[in-house]
Design a binder for this molecule. Structure first.
Ligand SMILES: [Zn+2]
Ligand SMILES: [Zn+2]
Length: 358
C-alpha cells in the first residue's frame, strides 16, 4: 500500500509538496512554499525527510521549490531531480541537484533499482515538466503545473502504452474557468489595435504566459515592446531550448532585438514589483494596464484609481475542460487534484463531471 501525505498544495493555491511512501521508503513531488509574505512552509518534517530517496521538481516557481532548503537543513543527501532549464532558473544553489537533459525525453531514467522516471514537457514555463514515476512496483503520474495550449511551449503526455497508473496528481489550477488561450491572444490584440494612441502596461510573471503574449503581439502589431530585464533572461532561455518549443521559434531573434528598444509603447513589467508599475504610470499616465491572470485588486487600487485597466485571462494552468481531458487520458485509479482552493483530496472525476451539469 502507498502512503500518500499531502504536505501542501491540495485545497489551496501554493506550497505544492506531496509525500509518497511505501514500506519506509519515500519520494517527494515538489517542495514549495506559499506565495504569501510569510512564505508559509509545507507540513514537511524531519521524519519525512529521513525516508526520502528522491525528490522530483517540476519547475522553478517558488510554490514548487521554495522549501528545498528544509531538505538540506535536515540532512537529505539523495537527488533533487529537475530539468537543466529549471536548475538554471533557481535563485539558490543546492548541492544535490540531479539534472536531466533534453536528449533523455521519454526514456526511463533510474534513480535506483526500485525508482525510475520518465519526463516530458508541461507547457507552463520553459523547462517545466511532468513525471511518470515507477516507485516500488507502483506507477505514478505528476502533471506539475500544466498548460495545454501555450502559444510557444510544447506540452506532451506520456506515451499511451497501456500503463495503469495507481495514482495521478493533476494540476487543477483554473478549474473554475473555461478559457481558450488563443482567443485571449486575439482579444488582447484587437483591444490594442482599437487604441492606437495609447500605451499599454502588462504586469507580468516569470512564466510561459508572458513570453506567449509578448511574442504574439510582436508578430501581430507594429507597436514596439519593452520587456523588463528580468523577463529578458527568460526569453534568452527560449533560444537555448528549441526542443521545448512548438515550431514557431523562428520569430525569436528579431523578437529579442525589438524587445530591447528604448522608445517603446507596450511595456512588460514584473507583477511583483508594484513600485516599478507605479513609476511607469507616472511617466506615462495615459497607459492602460492589462491584467492577464489572478491579481490582487486591493494592492493596485490606489495606483489605478486615476488610470484605466482591463482584464484578459490567459491560462497558466488547466481550466475545467483541460482537467477533464488530462484526467481521462491518464485515467489513474486514484487522481488527486491539486493547485486550487476549489478542489480537495476528495474531488473525483465523477464529481467534476457532475459539477458541469449543475
Ligand atoms: Zn508554476
Ligand atoms: Zn504552481
Amino acid at each position: 500500500m502507498l502512503n500518500i501525505e499531502i504536505l501542501g498544495g491540495v485545497g489551496e493555491y501554493g506550497r505544492n509538496c506531496f509525500y509518497i511512501e511505501k514500506e519506509g521508503r519515500a519520494i517527494l513531488l515538489d517542495c514549495g512554499v506559499m506565495n504569501n509574505p510569510q512564505k508559509t512552509l509545507p507540513n514537511l518534517t524531519e521524519a519525512h525527510v529521513a525516508k526520502l530517496e528522491a525528490v522530483f521538481i517540476s519547475h522553478s516557481h517558488i510554490d514548487h521549490v521554495g522549501a528545498i532548503p528544509l531538505l538540506e537543513k535536515w540532512g537529505y543527501n539523495g537527488p533533487i531531480i529537475m530539468s537543466d532549464m529549471t536548475a538554471q532558473q533557481l535563485k539558490m544553489t543546492f548541492s544535490n541537484i540531479s539534472i536531466f537533459h533534453p536528449e533523455s525525453i521519454g526514456e526511463w531514467i533510474f534513480v535506483n533499482k526500485d525508482v525510475a522516471y520518465q519526463w516530458g514537457y508541461s507547457g507552463h514555463l520553459i523547462g517545466s515538466v511532468w513525471y511518470k514515476i515507477r516507485f516500488w512496483g507502483k506507477m505514478l503520474f505528476y502533471s506539475g503545473d500544466y498548460v495545454t495550449d501555450s502559444y510557444l511551449l510544447k506540452a506532451t503526455l506520456p506515451v499511451a502504452d497501456g500503463t495503469i497508473y495507481d495514482v495521478a496528481f493533476i494540476d487543477s489550477g483554473h478549474v473554475e474557468k473555461q478559457i481558450n488561450n488563443f482567443q485571449t491572444l486575439q482579444q488582447i490584440m484587437e483591444y490594442i489595435s482599437v487604441h492606437p494612441q495609447q500605451p499599454f502596461i502588462f504586469p507580468s510573471s516569470f512564466s510561459g504566459k508572458t513570453v506567449d503574449i509578448a511574442a504574439y503581439l510582436h508578430q501581430h502589431t507594429q507597436r514596439t515592446l519593452h520587456i523588463d530585464q528580468d523577463l529578458i533572461s527568460l526569453i534568452e532561455q527560449y533560444e537555448k531550448a528549441s526542443e521545448n518549443l512548438l515550431p514557431t521559434k523562428g520569430i525569436l531573434p528579431s523578437f529579442k532585438q525589438q524587445c530591447q528598444t528604448k522608445s517603446a509603447d507596450i511595456y512588460f513589467v514584473p507583477d511583483r514589483n508594484a513600485s516599478e508599475l507605479l513609476e511607469l504610470l507616472q511617466k506615462i499616465p495615459k497607459a492602460i494596464v492589462i491584467f492577464t491572470g489572478y491579481w490582487q485588486k486591493d494592492n493596485y487600487k490606489m495606483m489605478l484609481s486615476k488610470t484605466e485597466y482591463k482584464e484578459f485571462f490567459y491560462k497558466t494552468h488547466p481550466d475545467y475542460q483541460d482537467i477533464l481531458m488530462l484526467s481521462k487520458k491518464i485515467h489513474a485509479q486514484t487522481t488527486i487534484y491539486f493547485h486550487s482552493s476549489f478542489t480537495n483530496r476528495e474531488t473525483t472525476l465523477l464529481q467534476l463531471l457532475k459539477n458541469k451539469k449543475a
